[in-house]
Design a protein around this ligand. Structure first.
Ligand SMILES: C[S@@+](CC[C@H](N)C(=O)[O-])C[C@H]1O[C@@H](n2cnc3c(N)ncnc32)[C@H](O)[C@@H]1O
Length: 316
């Protein structure tokens, strides 16, 4: 099975060919006529751009997945630049401050971030220290998702971790969403009078919380229906929907400043929330809009191996 559109960061020439098929020029915002979502081609580090997107509105749930400042996979391309750490922190400070300017008094603030094990876990710890400078944001959780490779394999080590930081602003409501995770793990066991006792009774409960290790969420790859060919950093819909369920209510406004494959947008659409989102690349803004339209037309959450740009012959 081969994806009809290769990763765009490894094919800059392909990206150029898709640009004429993108409906938005930089600086422009698409307004969804059906559910009121907005998608812009905007730079998250520019305050005026974020205000163009929000138009005075405040978001109660922010889910941001900025570039991680590292190469993803084996690719080393100009599309995934690696900044010096201080430059990356300047970039981070700018988008965080722009986000804080449009956050509701009571809101959840989630950030996906990478940690490069080969490079002092950069930039995750530096970003966490940066957030200490904003006392209005209080840490609530540090969530890790299932990893496919790593400890136990001498080769093919997973050098890139992706972690999910959860902060709160004010006192936002939180709705516990139950999961099957402890059932999968079969609970904990303990030794009682020298005998091993498994905590099976606990794992049969109907009210099991996800905790902070989400082993039930698979990273997206080409065999999954939700896969969006061309994208290189797509987040799992299941994870984002868990955030939307637990940290927002129907009708709430969600904000994602780094749209990419439009996963937050799709999650909001499926769960009855409005989403304002942007990407500074017109191709990803277009993909996000198309993914929403494709979902509305077919009920499919992605294209799996098919291309989101069927009108462009990419010749692979
Ligand atoms: C890690 S991806 C986001 C993945 C997304 N959560 C998903 O599930 O598809 C980061 C995205 O941020 C975009 N980006 C990079 N710098 C940006 C900036 N200054 N403003 C807005 N978007 C930016 C990139 O084009 C890329 O699509």
């Amino acid at each position: 099975m081969r994806e009809e559109l290769p990763r765009l960061d490894t094919h800059p020439e392909l990206r150029q060919r898709l640009l004429p098929y993108c409906r938005l020029q930089p600086g422009r915002v698409w307004q969804d006529p059906i559910a009121g979502h907005r998608v812009g081609v905007l730079d998250a580090t520019e305050a005026t751009a974020v205000h163009t997107l929000m138009q005075g509105a405040k978001a109660t749930l922010l889910i941001n997945d900025p570039p991680y400042n590292m190469r993803v996979g084996q690719a080393a391309t100009p599309q995934l630049p690696q900044l010096a750490l201080d430059e990356y922190l300047t970039f981070s400070r700018r988008w965080v401050e722009n986000a804080l300017a449009v956050i509701a008094t009571d809101a959840h603030f989630y950030v996906w971030l990478g940690a490069d094990v080969r490079n002092q876990f950069q930039p995750l710890p530096d970003f966490m220290l940066l957030l200490r400078q904003y006392p209005a944001l209080q840490p609530r959780n540090f969530i890790t998702l299932r990893n496919q490779r790593g400890y136990g394999t001498p080769h093919n080590w997973m050098w890139l971790r992706q972690e999910l930081l959860h902060y709160i602003h004010g006192h936002p409501p939180f709705q516990v969403v139950y999961t099957d995770i402890p059932k999968i793990l079969r609970g904990y066991y303990k030794q009682v009078n020298g005998q091993r006792r498994e905590n099976l009774a606990r794992s049969k409960s109907a009210t099991l919380r996800p905790g902070n290790v989400w082993v039930d969420v698979q990273q997206v790859f080409y065999r999954m229906k939700e896969n969006v060919p061309g994208c290189y950093a797509q987040k799992p819909l299941a994870a984002i929907e868990r955030l939307v369920h637990s940290s927002s209510r129907p009708g709430d406004l969600l904000l994602d400043l780094f749209a990419h494959a439009g996963t937050t947008l799709l999650a909001g659409e499926r769960l009855g929330r409005r989403v304002y989102t942007c990407d500074n690349d017109p191709v990803f803004a277009e993909i996000a809009i198309r993914r929403l339209e494709h979902y509305r037309a077919t009920g499919e959450t992605g294209w799996q191996t098919r291309t989101p740009f069927p009108e462009v012959d990419v010749g692979v």
